[in-house]
Design a protein around this ligand. Sequence first.
Ligand code: ASP
Length: 304
Amino acid sequence: MSRQLTAIRHLDTDTIRALIDDAGKLKESVVSGKEIRSGKARSIGLLFFENSTRTRVSFEQAASHLGYRVVNFSGSGSSLSKGESLKDTILTLKNEGLEGLVMRHKASGSAALGASYFGGPFVSAGDGQHEHPTQALGDALTIKERLGKVEGLKIAIVGDVLHSRVARSNAWLLSKLGNEVRFVGPRSLIPAYTAKLPGEVHYDLRSGIAGADVVMCLRLQRERMEDGRLSSTGEFSRNYQINRVSMRAAHPDAIIMHPGPINRGIELDDLAADAPNSAILDQVANGVFVRMAALKWVFEGEKA
Ligand code: ASP
C-alpha cells in the first residue's frame, strides 16, 4: 500500500516522531557529506497551483539529495488553463510514469482529493487554509534542535490563525507530542471553530505569549482575506506585532519562529526577525531534511 502524507491530523505520534528523527539523521548525512541510501531512483512530480518559494525549492533540494528525478508543473501554462480538471491532470501525470506526487493547491481539502486521484505515494505541500504537514514537521525539528526537546513546552501561535494552514498543522503536531498550544490574535482572525482545534484562545498578546518557550508568528495572509477582517494593518501591528518589547512577556530563552514569507514591520519587526533567538532560517534549512524524510516515507510504504 502506498503511503500518503496529506495532513498531520491523521498521523499517529510514533509516525510523527519517526519522521522528525529520520529528518535529523538525513540532515547529519547531508551536512557531513555521507552517501544517502534511498533505494531506487524515483521520478516525482511537483505540482504547484499556488505560489511558493521555500517549499518548492526545498522539495527540489530534497529530491536531488535522494537522487530522485523531478518534473515541475505549475497551473499556469498547462492544460488546466484549457479547462482540464484536477482529476484528469493528475491521471495524465500518473500515466506518463510519475511514481510520486507533491502537490500544493489553494483549495482546502484538495490534498486528500489529489492523493485519492493519484492513488500512489503523495505528499501535500499545503492545501488552502487546511494543512501544511511538512512545514510543521520542519518546525518540530527546529524546536527540538534549539530547545533540546519538543514536548512539555508552551507554544504561542500568533496572528492570522484563520487563514493559516501552518497554524493548523503545527497545532495538531505539537499537541500530539504533548506541548501546550495557544492561539493568539484578534477575534476576526481566530476561526470560530477553535473548539475543534487543539489549543487555547487568547485575544490579548501579552497573556497569550506569557511564559511561552516558542513564539510562532504567522504571516498576515492578505491574499486570502476579504475586506473588513481588519480595520487596518497598523492597528494589527500595534496590538499583535512580535518585537523586542512584546517578547518581554515570553520566557527569557524563548525562540521566535515564522514560516515565511515575512511581512517585515507588520507581524514581526526587523530586530526580532534577525535576532539570535530567531529560528527562522533554521526552519528554512530544516524544510529540506523533513521533505527528504517525507518523500522516503511515502515510497517506503510500498515495501511495507
Ligand atoms: N509559506 C507558508 C504557507 O505556504 C506560510 C505563508 O504563506 O504564510 O502556508
